[in-house]
Design a protein around this ligand. Sequence first.
Ligand code: SF4
Length: 711
Amino acid sequence: MKETRSTCPYCGVGCGVIIQSEGDRITGVRGDPAHPANFGRLCTKGSTLHLTAAPEVTRQVRLLHPMRRERRGAAPQRVSWDAALDFAAESFHQIVFEHGPDAVGFYISGQLLTEDYYVFNKLAKGLLATNNIDTNSRLCMSSAVAGYKMTLGADAPPTCYDDVDHADCIFIVGSNAAYAHPVLFRRVEEAKARRPQAKIIVCDPRRTDTAELADLYLPILPGTDVMLFHGLLHIMLWEGWTRPDYIAAHTSGFDALKALVRECTPELVAQTCGLAREDLFTAARWFATSPATLSLYCQGLNQSTSGTAKNAALINLHLATAQIGRPGAGPFSLTGQPNAMGGREVGGLANLLSAHRDLADPAHRAEIAAFWGVPSVPELPGKTAVEMFQAAADGEIKALWIACTNPAQSMPDQKTVRRALERAELVVVQEAFATTATCDYADLLLPASTWGEKEGTVTNSERRISRVRAAVTAPGEARHDWAIAVDFARRLEGRRNGPSLFPYETPEAIWLEHRESTRGRDLDITGLDYTGLEQAPQQWPFPQSASTGRARLYEDGVFPTPDGRARFAAVGYRPPAEPRESRYPFALLTGRLRDQWHGMSRTGTLGRLFGHVPEPAVQMHPQDLERLRLAEGDLVHVTSKRGSLVLPVQASSEIGLSQAFIAMHWGAEFLTGLSSTGEPLAGVNAITTSAYCPTSKQPELKHAAVKILKA
Ligand code: SF4
């Protein structure tokens, strides 16, 4: 038996795993006791990974050969890799020749490795000269990115997992960490057990398993977080709980924020947020006066039309109370996907460039053009996720390359997404799993390797880079994501003079180029190499002169802004894009289940992972069921302006009045319905809104107005 150290491919905790294998069969998995993210622990999903890689499962669900569909609706036929990539390159070349580079788009994934991401980003922005490359991280972390940059000056969580052990107050907001980040949550539970005097505040519209740990639970009305944060600052100012010395020495813009929050009285905030006035005072006191306060937050803040404002308003509280840059203190955004952070590091979003450079900055564009050896990087911002599919639905984008993600299930307003996939002249889907809804729309299917088969790196929530390693070879003709992108790029380069921009033969060669692009930047990793990372995963920055990564940022009170000061953000409160109203009187909330991951392409292959929640349901408050004369198990139509789904109803004491909850994972096999114009729909995001945050462009997957009627 062979043992291979690698990383779990699910959530942003980034747990280390040891894969056991015999020949080309993965036989077991256990937590890596030496990995600082989990010290040997795994959750239900991580500890069953080996079962999802069993040959019996692989045979049923994996894409094993390149396939091409001669025409839409026809069954895909097996083709050779050369035929598939020649066809892709010729089609892209023709579309770019006829319509320009912005007629193509790449939609990739926070589950790709950093090396995969790097090649795709260079392929789009460097070779094809389009910034139309975005990722499902847009649906996950873009508000956190924008919030950090707006206030602290860089996309860098300033904290680390160890801070959980040092915090005297932990403020968990917009995160059901017990389900979404289970191993980290276990650490919070242990910290609380060791130091019962430490305060836990949980703020969430639903009384989730996470809330069970709370000393103070704040059942906030959906979407009102900015008002809450401003209200807490109002109280802190009134009570003298802020830190004027820190504000004067290390920040700017406080006067404008102070003027803004003057109106956010405890009475107004209590009414807007549906919270008790005395709870606001308790929360403000614990947050401000505890020796060290750590905030943990996730999609409840990010997936919102106020996503950036919510992130920034929470960071305001940390700056105003000097709860940052010390052990146990700081705003800690939890990454949803395993490598949303690594993707940002290489600039894998429509508005970013390598090593945290900004596309909007001409100097940054020039630096990257010189680094890549291309004449220029285009100035025109690329289309972000929602914009990209809208542009394809409108006929503006004619070729879509989709890698390692399933937009036909995961994007909001799927009617538009499906129209985009149908209208595009060419849809290439690069995937490990043949079972995703998006595969049905592909003209070309390219089989990719996946966990246990591929090599590279990922970065977790605490900026820690870990090695991902192969224990077995990929099945069938599946190839690594970076290698597919390189082969395609070299074909496109055919007529170009000079050496290839894509000379890589190994993922390490790509990583070394990425590493060099970080030299002198906030995430400088020039002191790291693959060998060192295999021995010990490290946090960035880790420049050449360093002997260890940096656990915490901004300990000296100097921030990566032009004047070195953090910036308070005077951002106003706005309600959700689609408030409840008489025709749609329920607020539909979405979220994770404990034992499933995203669209279930991997977790859905294991019966045992359905033991916790076996089928979809819409959860409602028992009083709402009674008022609508519904009984537990009755089938209901859950209808938004975009369409309707049919599913059983379930009474839940977790949920507030006039709210409903549906888990995000269920796809076409489990949860179907009809659009407002009669087309088939599947999954909860078929009826969520594609309205997005104007700054981060992250859609409001967490809130839609719906009506619920007996089927
Ligand atoms: Fe994997 Fe996240 Fe579970 Fe760790 S907590 S084992 S990274 S799913």
